[in-house]
Design a protein around this ligand. Structure first.
Ligand code: DAH
Length: 338
């Protein structure tokens, strides 16, 4: 029996339980009521008093060795368990990845659509002079768009203002690039407007310009039909209504069939089946001349649209102000979109 105790002692010393399950196995094997130590204690009852003395000593030694080992490993494992619970590398990442702003998403989509048919991207300054924002674009001296109510002028120099539209970039491109020209100009514009659900003092536009020999209104119409179908779906219809802009002749406003009801009539399109999305027209020969382009040789079309408006139609957003509020609940809905 002493040999048995010695053997167990060696076993206990050599055991290396390294998980909670292995430690439990260890406890059951040596320390539980039916374990090896308890079994030996009950065997000892049959031994003579002489034998009992030695056996008792060794058995108690074995018992305390096993208990010590059990307790030491237990506290070690508990420590590592709580540490690894604090930094659990297997947990799914809780990092919030930001999302693109819906205006950027739609801006990128517009750029993408036009780049597929050969339009480049050009940009101009947000602080403009009168020439590029108004005069070169054929705005008469007394045109209401120059009015203080619409335009943020620089107090000390009324020749300088925040651009009211991206049409100013048209002028810059035509002044610096010989035709053929095919470009779009996305950017921020500013108007002195009271902020409401339908108007803002800062918003975004995309200007389009195409100048070459023999460019006709049919080219304009086909380009805009292509754009509308790419942006709003292949069943989208367009219609052009006569309008007026100082820098185009003839001018038109373009409607698309309502994105919600498809043209049947609903409260979004005010039961007309159509929603307006942009202004357009053939570049006025005066504008070509102002920018140093031969208006006898070249013709062209231009168009301009509000990115906020396209985004509203695309995502059924009904208040312009939400774009600027940085409300995470709104912005999160666009996560994962490029
Ligand atoms: N600049 C116009 C605006 O801000 C939009 C526009 C209309 C641009 C017709 C154009 C155009 O190029 O041809 O309301």
């Amino acid at each position: 029996m002493l040999d048995k105790i010695k053997g167990l002692m060696e076993e206990v010393e050599g055991a290396t339980p390294s998980t909670i399950a292995q430690l439990e196995e260890f406890r059951l094997k040596y320390l539980s009521k039916k374990g090896a130590v308890a079994e030996l204690f009950s065997e000892m009852k049959q031994a003579s008093p002489e034998q009992k003395k030695d056996m008792g000593k060794f058995l108690n030694e074995l018992k305390s060795k096993a208990e010590e080992k059990y307790l030491a490993i237990k506290s070690l494992l508990e420590d590592t368990v709580s540490e690894s619970a604090a930094i659990d590398s297997t947990l799914p990442s809780a990092i919030n990845i930001g999302s693109r702003h819906p205006i950027s998403i739609i801006r990128n989509e517009i750029v993408d659509i036009f780049s597929r048919i050969g339009f480049t991207v050009s940009e101009g300054p947000e602080i403009e002079d009168d020439w590029h924002n108004f005069s070169a674009l054929n705005f008469p001296e007394e045109h209401p768009a120059r009015d203080m109510q619409d335009t943020f002028f620089l107090e000390k120099n009324p020749d300088i203002a925040l651009r009211t539209h991206t049409s100013s970039v048209q002028v810059r491109v035509m002044e610096s690039t010989p035709p053929p020209i095919r470009t779009i100009s996305p950017g921020r514009v500013f108007r002195n407007e009271a902020i409401s659900a339908r108007a803002h003092c800062i918003f975004h536009q995309v200007e389009g310009l195409c100048i070459d020999e023999d460019i006709s209104f049919a080219d304009l119409k086909q380009t805009l039909l292509y754009f509308s179908r790419e942006m709003f779906g292949k069943d989208t219809k367009i219609r052009l209504r006569p309008s007026y802009f100082p820098f185009t002749e003839p001018s038109a406003e373009m409607d698309i069939s309502c994105t919600l009801c498809g043209g049947k009539g609903c409260n979004i399109c005010k039961y007309s089946g159509w929603t307006e999305i942009m202004g357009c027209g053939m570049v006025d020969p005066n504008v070509l001349k102002n920018c140093g382009i031969d208006s006898e040789k070249y013709t062209g079309f231009a168009f301009g649209m509000g990115i906020e408006r396209i985004t509203m139609l695309k995502y059924q957003i009904n208040d312009l102000r939400i774009y600027f509020e940085n409300d995470i609940r709104f912005l999160n809905q666009f996560s994962g979109m490029i």
